[in-house]
Design a protein around this ligand. Sequence first.
Ligand SMILES: Nc1ncnc2c1ncn2[C@@H]1O[C@H](COP(=O)(O)OP(=O)(O)OP(=O)(O)O)[C@@H](O)[C@H]1O
Length: 361
Amino acid sequence: MCPTLLVLTVTDDAIAAEGVELTYADGTQAVRGVDLTVPRGEFFGFLGPNGAGKTTTIKTLVTLLRPTAGSIRVNGFDALTESRSVRETVGYMAQETSVDPELTARENLRFACDAYGVPRSDRADRIDELLELVDLADVADKKADDFSGGMQKRLDAATALVHRPPLVFLDEPTTGLDPKARNRLWEYFRRINERGTTIFLTTQYLEEADELCDRLAVILDGELVSEGSPAELKQEVGGEILDVSVEGDEGDRRTAARIARDGDIFEPSAAVDVSEEGITVTSERARSKGTDLLVALRDEGLTVTGFNVRAPTLDDVFLAITGEHVETDGADGSDTAVDSLAADGGERAEGDDRFEGGDDA
Ligand SMILES: Nc1ncnc2c1ncn2[C@@H]1O[C@H](COP(=O)(O)OP(=O)(O)OP(=O)(O)O)[C@@H](O)[C@H]1O
């Protein structure tokens, strides 16, 4: 067992945060009164639209930013007064890759071992084990510059784990990767979670959250608005989803939505949204009243080209909570999105991301 684990109190949650607020110097209130508890060993997902406050929250939890208000305990340590201990017991895979393209995979891991103070006698074995774990043993001595985006991400994830942290933060770790590369990372994340590591994940891909996470929280404008297991959140949507495709233009789709809303077909709490193909109705009566809707649309002269009743997905949950679908930029399957992550890193290097806090820092 890792020495740091020995000093942790077994009853402590991995994360216990209360009333966390963070206001940036320009007055932006990025995080507003967030309470979070993540038990040890959980695979926890943190979701929200762009700019909702996910990265800012993570940065306060890993002590990169000092909260304006609130209390945070991570692995049993106070993030304000014991920030060094927090940093020693967490791994952080940021949105911007930390991989140095000029170094080989092994050298990148050696560098991370230096940074995290991994004892010299443990390094060679630890590096071999991690290279094996992320399937990079064959290319250990090749420059990271030659790696695909997926390989760089796997290496980046490995560098966050050289000190065997009991808790790891993954900030959009699979953005821009093709489905195959994403699936390999999922396998890897599952493996480290099964070994007992608590995982705090943010992602743009709701199927990723659904697939991996035990529990989710949704943040909107800096506030937590929903929390539960993927199944619980789907239940909260209330009923099933009826997707109806309608021939014609947006005007026709709007007419269809009006009929679904006003036609006395569904319960008043049913939600009707205009989709790209037609309309989507979320209703307890989606199955039993679907055909009534088809008749009403036909009577209005509309042509229905498709009709499907299904269980809600996390995308429906997200739409119900935030009023928008998740934007998945860089999700075109190309590995080039790693470049855009690097560009993102440049934009962020304006001062707030430096280690600022901690009396023991
Ligand atoms: N350094 C900064 N200075 C001022 N405002 C900032 C800074 N960094 C982020 N913000 C603002 O804080 C809010 C929350 O941003 P944050 O990056 O935490 O959101 P996010 O949910 O992680 O979004 P994304 O998914 O786009 O990364 C946004 O309004 C953002 O514009």
